[in-house]
Write a protein that binds this ligand. Structure first.
Ligand SMILES: *[C@@H]1O[C@H](CO)[C@@H](O)[C@H](O)[C@H]1NC(C)=O
Length: 227
């Protein structure tokens, strides 16, 4: 199957897994977002338990958001596709120095990180990107981690965005736990945006309860998965 088509199929699943990751929020007991999210999670649980057409899932999911999350979302607009990356705002009492943003797949665009850094100058930003032509000016805002990332260490063929198109290349992929320990020195990440040409699926799946990365105590509070 061609990779863009595969991405298309994975799109709904990636989105759904991104949403499921909110459940992992319960790990962060310090946050009173827990109160806000309690009824939201109950609402989501109801719709998870049903069989769904992707379209009705999205509608019901939106309904849960509108009815249960009484806050304005923050939006950071990326340059390349003119899409917003949408997150719950940081609590005003949260110590900004502790906050970590991780971009998985820089993909030649640093606009979101520029906006985020402007709003939260004390947050630390990291970007994982195996293809050096795709760094843009990311190093103005954060630290570049020049590898592929996966659930385990391996050398594998990845599809990388290049200056002009996409190419399939052998890439050294490092296991996420190792990569976080070595470069980020934390396993709790507050914001993640991930776009790695279909390979996000394996990582998102491994973050779900009882799966490999979950068992490694890796927690992403908020995830945006784009394809
Ligand atoms: C992955 O590779 C790194 C560096 O080569 C190594 O230190 C680490 O132990 C490996 N991790 C796993 C899970 O194999």
């Amino acid at each position: 199957m061609n990779s863009r088509l595969l991405n298309y199929h994975l799109y709904c699943f990636a989105s759904i897994f991104g949403i499921l990751l909110y459940i992992i929020y319960s790990h962060l007991k310090t946050s009173n977002y827990n109160d806000i999210l309690f009824s939201y999670r109950q609402c989501l649980q109801k719709i998870y338990d049903k069989n769904h057409e992707p379209n009705s899932y999205i509608l019901e999911y939106r309904q849960c958001v509108v009815e249960n999350i009484d806050t304005n979302f923050e939006k950071f607009r990326m340059g390349r596709l003119n899409e917003d990356k949408v997150f719950l705002p940081m609590k005003s009492t949260f110590i900004q120095q502790k906050c970590i943003w991780l971009t998985v797949g820089i993909g030649g665009d640093d606009k979101v990180e520029e906006l985020f850094k402007k709003k939260y100058p004390a947050c630390q930003i990291f970007g994982i990107e195996a293809e050096s032509s795709q760094y843009a000016n990311f190093d103005k805002y954060g630290t570049i981690i020049p590898y592929g990332v996966g659930v385990k260490n391996e050398t594998t063929e990845l599809i990388l965005r290049t200056k002009t198109n996409y190419k399939q290349t052998k890439v050294e992929v490092l296991a996420l736990p190792y990569l976080l320990d070595k470069f980020v020195q934390a396993r709790q990440i507050h914001y993640m945006t991930i776009d790695i040409e279909g390979f996000e699926f394996g990582i998102l799946e491994a973050l779900l309860p009882q799966n490999k990365l979950y068992k490694e105590n890796i927690v992403f509070c908020q995830v945006i998965a784009f394809v």
